[in-house]
Design a protein around this ligand. Structure first.
Ligand code: CDP
Length: 223
């Protein structure tokens, strides 16, 4: 079977919109594979921090991307065998991930690795450019968003639940900064692409958002 015939649902959107949670649950419901593309950028950021690699050294950062030894094992992410699921979620990693994600060499280095996740019976993936660049022929493309204030609240709750100290005002500031950087970069900027359904979850529960994606996918399957 050609990979193009394997169904893909892409869920792109801004920081802390809940796209990761929704994508994971949709994948579970459909028994599809799941790719958290943001985790790849976060992993590169983590390695750069640990190895004192200058973020502006594009070739060195792309080299890290090419040689990532990562294993997605359910909800845990392993780097050279070490569980780094929490280490990649710190604010320092989030910030650096967004900075290095604007480098074309890094994005190119990750392209084939991301496409390799397209396996039967199907794939659900979330990120910024999953529908526009990585899987332009996806069966269903969603742009999932929520107001910046609501996203800051969600991120705050998530961090506090994990026992990580957080401040709502600085989270909101980070979200504004990251939105601006993600939307204004030259390569793969964050925006709602063509043939992409807008899903604003400001007033929706996770379950309602998941059901909406499943409904849209069901509609496509029937046509
Ligand atoms: O959780 P959050 O949405 O803040 O971040 P994420 O999805 O884990 O992605 C981390 C960073 O990687 C984002 O700030 C994006 O700049 C970048 N990214 C990207 O450029 N392209 C993707 N497909 C996924 C993430």
């Amino acid at each position: 079977m050609e990979t193009g015939a394997i169904p893909v649902i892409t869920i792109d959107g801004p920081s802390a919109s809940g796209k990761g949670t929704v994508a994971q649950l949709v994948a579970e419901k459909l028994a599809f594979h799941y790719l958290d593309s943001g985790a790849l950028y976060r992993l590169i950021a983590l390695i750069a921090i640990r190895s004192n690699t200058e973020p502006t050294n594009e070739s060195a950062i792309a080299n890290i991307a090419l040689h990532l030894d990562v294993n997605f094992d359910g909800s845990s992410i392993r780097l050279n065998g070490e569980n780094v699921s929490d280490a990649i979620r710190t604010e320092a990693c989030s910030k650096l991930a967004s900075i290095i994600a604007s480098q074309p060499k890094v994005r190119n280095a990750l392209l084939q690795r991301q496409r390799a996740f397209r396996q039967l019976p199907g794939l659900v993936t979330d990120g910024r450019d999953m529908g526009s660049v990585v899987f332009p022929d996806a069966s269903l493309k969603i742009f999932l968003t929520a107001s910046a204030e609501e996203r800051a609240q969600r991120r705050y709750k998530q961090l506090i639940e994990k026992g990580i100290n957080a401040n709502i005002q600085s989270l909101l500031q980070d979200i504004y900064e990251r939105d601006t950087r993600d939307s204004n970069r030259d390569v793969s900027p964050l925006k709602q692409g063509v043939n992409t359904k807008l899903l604003d979850t400001t007033l929706l529960s996770i379950e309602e958002a998941v059901n909406e994606v499943l409904r849209l996918y069901d509609q496509i399957c029937k046509n």
